[in-house]
Design a protein around this ligand. Sequence first.
Ligand SMILES: [Zn+2]
Length: 386
Amino acid sequence: MNTNILTLASSLSDHDLLARVVVLAAKEREASAELVAHLAALDARPALYAAEGHGSLFTYCTDVLRLSEDAACNRIQAARACRDFPMILDLLGSGAMSLTSVRMLRPHLTTENHEAVLARASGRSRREIEALVAELAPRPDVPSSVRKLPTAMPAPTLIPAATPPAARVEAATLGASEPAPPVSSPPPPLTTRRPVIESTSPERYRVQFTIGKESHDKLRRVQALLRREIPDGDPGAIFDRALTLLLEKVEKATVSQRDGGQCAFVSKSGHRCTERTFLEFHHIVPYALGGLATVENISLRCRRHNQYEADLIFGPRSFSEAREVDRLQERPAVEQPSRQLRDELQATERRGRSAHQARDARGWSTPISRDLGASRSFDIPRTLHR
Ligand SMILES: [Zn+2]
């Protein structure tokens, strides 16, 4: 039968398909609100499910109604909230609030505040509900800490049947007399929790700290902007990128300060170049030869000396190649280079690399200058005065 529904749905026109899913979603919300209302009534008559052989409404929901543990928890919590504040049923039916939102807000609803709180919660996302809950019941900052996590043991192939599932323990608690504790989703299987020492796994560290609203907003913005690169918005991955960028910035600033914002090239006769404009970051051990972007390995050079030293190592560029790069570099500096300009630069670099194998090692194409994006030269004086 369900196969037929799929066939039917697949045969609908675009317009009809869109209209149909809207109708079905509304039906599902109405059915859900109706079930919650009936569970609220059943919750008030425990003898009913007790006579059927069930010790709690939760086990009745999972065993007889075939609800998942999560679904049962959400609906029972919503049912109990509705007994106290019946207007929630309308909010559920209209889709203004989800079962999850109701479950999250329930512990914070009072006779005095429920109308105002529910009005504020209507049409809000889960994240906004979290913020509302935090406002209603502020918690102290999580203490900042960095600690090493124990290495997880690979899950055994067989879990003893006698082990009571953790979710059942919660279920028993939930079904007990009022008030029910806040319900969380069932914990992961016990096997993933057992701390075991195993030296072959990579090291992992738990970093925990509390951030302010501004930092939180920045995090959300970065998550949105990096959606392609970090689809799940993992704060750990973002933290790593932020540290990498910060480290580069600090190292550049340190190099600039150490070299006094001046080309640090010293001739054999002991003369130091006096150029202070169009400075670039020069890798002492070239990037292509494994040189790192560290304070020790980077030094300021004017464009001429950066090129001079690259030529000493990799041989001079051909005249046409040098001209092409110069032509592109001498375009007016802009904050954001056009994609076309970037592509041209990269193509020129690639051609150079294939010709010389290690063109990338030149100071003007180190990772630092590439990341700057806006221009190949780095205007040191401007940076120092910032
Ligand atoms: Zn110089």
